[in-house]
Design a protein around this ligand. Structure first.
Ligand code: HEC
Length: 199
């Protein structure tokens, strides 16, 4: 009878470490991918180095985020683990539009206001040139990056809007999942993103 106990203990431990974890909310994922990723993007060592103890990790994170709730710091920490172990971006739990047109309500949820940045999952793109038309509420100067799931970056920086609009043409080298990362010089509200493949 006693021999069944280790299995039961193992199962409980496993359930506790994986199944019980709620998904990380988009706000933390977007912040990680626009802030922490400037240094930690593409770190795929498949392990944590543990050079920092938990207290040091916490103050390291808060050095960049400012004072944030403990839960938010934990989420950001977990996202670095995910980056290192899975070698990719954490899935953002929001629907992507099928027609290539993102509207303000969805973009709002993909915005890290503190970073003046957006991180937008584009889904699967064909290889080739794509045009991204941005509509802001006011004039803005914006840098646009097309990032592959393997962290290859094509960038157009210092784009200036005219009547709130700017367009970037960027090349996807291979077919696959892509993301758009935007950063504006001043706080700016993005009202629309339209994506179209070019011949
Ligand atoms: C300016 C660059 C930079 C930024 C921005 C940055 N980090 Fe780091 N981070 C580092 C460096 C460098 C180390 C390695 C420190 C060491 O081990 O001495 C590190 C270490 C860590 C560690 C310990 C990892 C390990 O494997 O031991 C964690 C966790 C971490 N960072 C999370 C974050 C999070 C979350 C953010 C965003 C809020 C962030 N970092 C932003 C540069 C940065």
């Amino acid at each position: 009878m006693g021999k069944f106990i280790p299995g039961a203990v193992l199962l409980t431990a496993w359930a506790g470490s994986t199944l019980a974890q709620p998904p990380i909310p988009p706000a933390s994922v977007v912040r990680f991918n626009t802030l922490c990723a400037t240094c930690h993007e593409g770190e795929c060592s498949a392990r944590l180095s543990f050079r920092l103890d938990p207290g040091a990790t916490d103050s390291h994170i808060r050095r960049y985020t400012g004072d944030i709730p403990q839960q938010a710091a934990r989420e950001l920490n977990a996202l670095l683990e995910h980056m290192k172990l899975d070698c990719g971006y954490y899935a953002i739990d929001l629907p992507s539009p099928k027609d290539g047109r993102w509207k303000a309500e969805l973009l709002q949820q993909l915005h890290a206001a503190e970073e003046r940045a957006y991180f937008i999952p584009l889904g699967n793109l064909a290889a080739g040139r794509h045009r991204f038309t941005l509509t802001f509420e006011h004039e803005a100067v914006v840098s646009v990056q097309l990032v592959s799931a393997r962290f290859d970056i094509a960038e157009q920086s210092g784009l200036r809007t005219r009547e709130g609009k700017a367009a970037a043409v960027l090349v996807a080298d291979k077919p696959g999942d892509y993301y758009l990362r935007l950063r504006t010089e001043q706080p700016a509200r993005l009202l629309a993103l339209d994506m179209e493949p070019l011949r």
